[in-house]
Design a protein around this ligand. Sequence first.
Ligand SMILES: C[S@@+](CC[C@H](N)C(=O)[O-])C[C@H]1O[C@@H](n2cnc3c(N)ncnc32)[C@H](O)[C@@H]1O
Length: 449
Amino acid sequence: MSDGSRERILAAFASYLDKHLGIHFESDKYEEIFLVLKRNIPDKDESAAIDYMQKVVGSLGNNNKFLPELANWFSINETYFFRHGCGFEELQEHLLPELIEKRRSEKTLRIWSSGCSIGCEPLSLVILIQEKFPEIHDWNLDILATDIDEENLKKARKGIFREWAFRNINERYKSKYFTQIGEKEYQIDREITDRVSFFYLNLIDESYPLLENGTNALDIILCNNTLIYFSQESIKSVIDKFSRCLLPEGYLIVTASEASYINHPHLNAHGSGCQIFTKEGAQKKAERPPPLQQSPMVAIPVTQTRDYFALFDRGEYELCLGLQEEERELTQEEQILLIRSLANLGKLKEAKSVCKNYLQVDDLSPLLHFLLASIHQELDEVDEAIVEFKRAIFLSPDFIMAHFSLAFIFYTQKNPQKAQIHQKAVLEELKKYEPEDFVPKSDCIKAGH
Ligand SMILES: C[S@@+](CC[C@H](N)C(=O)[O-])C[C@H]1O[C@@H](n2cnc3c(N)ncnc32)[C@H](O)[C@@H]1O
């Protein structure tokens, strides 16, 4: 193969990694791609690596199938409990005490560890809360932990760690929460892992903020040691989505080196290391004049309608509540937008009541039942959630996301028989789609995943 073709295939493959995984290689680092591939493909030589790259970039429309192994080969999984520079001190000293004070009446706290690797970060957080803030033990505490690498997630759920993960943990925590099960292996208490929801999420995708996976109305997002591998453009898009996931005055925590890449109008850096960003408060946001739908070619009518969908996409959820004042019947898309806006602002009870009102008018809408079920689920009203997911399925038997959610609930309830019924339905329905197709009514989840 000529040098030119070799460079071309490398460039195309690097662009694939950037687009689908967020992992960015500058052209002077392309040789590292070879090193990773050679380590992982069976023949371990250069021509096999080139064949593999050609297969990936050449399999147009169906190249999603390579993502799991590529995520596994190319991601850097380094992590350990109470990792330095990941914000644990700030969480303990300032952020958690402040948030606990604010949330005392609702008793909810929602935290997301994105790029969690094998789980040390979210599990450290649960230990920290258990140790330092026992008063919130019975709160509705949602700790989400996501990663792109399924192998990492499996390890996280299993909860077995090697000595290397304990290099910065207080010895007392180690002996209290871990049991030695092998020469150098330790099992963390189930009670700790059970407090975390581990699931797949690719930060490059548009699958957040989303009520259905709980990435909405968050108090804290941790994204440590993950953005450093991303291009500027991907970082910008991820940060913009994070900003929409956070509640006003919520926090984004990144390492000091990643903080320097962040420049977002709604996120204010503070702290000397600049690793904590606070989302601006609701009041400040509301001060900005609401943008109006405009076309440069058409004279602006006196009564303009706001483009609520564009406002929603920009995370202007407060402004979307203007839908409640519209003196007309809302379309179902608008109703759903209003309910999602309330949920994204953390106003779950209000979202539930609005959703129920719309269902009184149209009880045959599978989407509204599904949304109501997702709200119940977020409020920890699991029995009600099951009823509503079942209604959505009754009205629309091929509703993949409703089957998926029920399978998830039944698995967490340790009821594998029921879970498998819905899991089977998901797999059957998915056969109708190409891997690159979006799952219907999911907005952003690809069938291939
Ligand atoms: C170095 S680890 C960081 C783990 C932990 N946050 C910490 O600081 O200890 C980076 C993690 O980001 C994950 N990751 C990389 N690209 C990702 C993407 N596009 N979406 C989600 N996770 C990703 C990797 O799989 C890896 O587990």
